[in-house]
Design a protein around this ligand. Structure first.
Ligand SMILES: N[C@@H](CCC(=O)N[C@@H](CS)C(=O)NCC(=O)O)C(=O)O
Length: 215
């Protein structure tokens, strides 16, 4: 297998997932800032023009971060980062959807429409006037999460899962991109600090960090 990876939260999510599982894969670095991922050669691997992409041993290509992680989890079940029972897997997927749909996507779209506008306006349809509203939508969902988070736990209680990795990679990248973690969200901040202290957090960073961002 081979991972096509780059700067950005989704490829970092997969790298962190691999490190937590102690899986070593050949990695090919794609120059996202130069738009290599939008060139015909890359579009053959993934028609959405986005990273990450996993090349399988049979020559097939898988994209979509959650699908890649699900595949890796099935091939390398331990340590489980999604779950080892049907109930655990459903719980991790529930939290992944909650954080992706309600927090991560509004955050990243706000970034495309504002701080990242110069880079992304030629790649994705941008709605600049929606940026502030999306930031507020994400802050409200993060505040909802803050009130639910029991001290010292992960999103799935005692189990550190893909849902923690996902939320962490978005918050870590965008906190320097116009969306800091609100100061009053102490539970989210303490959860964030505990994820950041895992060796996989630093080890999963891409070699180059453009615009003062972390991904
Ligand atoms: N839905 C996709 C999103 C992937 C994505 O947004 N990738 C970003 C990097 S974090 C990307 O390739 N951005 C560059 C671009 O769109 O040109 C997934 O889950 O993998």
């Amino acid at each position: 297998m081979k991972l096509y990876t780059s700067f950005g939260m989704n490829p970092r999510l997969v790298r962190m997932f691999l490190i937590e599982k102690k899986i070593e894969l050949k990695q090919v670095q794609i120059d996202l800032l130069a738009g290599e991922n939008r060139q015909p050669a890359f579009l053959k691997l993934n028609p959405t023009g986005q990273t990450p992409v996993l090349e399988l041993d049979n020559g097939k290509y898988l994209s979509e971060t959650a699908a890649i992680c699900e595949y890796l989890e099935e091939r390398y079940p331990t340590p489980a980062l999604i779950g080892s029972t049907a109930e655990e897997r459903a719980e991790a997927r529930m939290w992944l959807r909650r954080v992706e749909l309600n927090i991560c996507l509004p955050m990243v779209h706000a970034f495309y429409y504002k701080e990242g506008y110069e880079l992304f306006s030629s790649r994705v349809y941008c709605i600049p006037e929606a940026a502030e509203g999306l930031k507020e939508k994400a802050r409200r969902a993060l505040s909802w999460l803050n009130d639910l988070m029991p001290e010292g736990q992960w999103l799935c209680g005692q189990r550190f899962t893909i849902s923690d990795i996902c939320l962490f990679t978005y918050l870590d990248l965008l906190r320097n991109g116009g969306q800091p973690i609100p100061e009053n969200l102490h539970n989210v901040q303490s959860w964030f600090d505990r994820v950041a202290a895992r060796p996989s957090a630093e080890a999963s960073l891409f070699p180059e960090q453009p615009m003062g961002l972390r991904g």
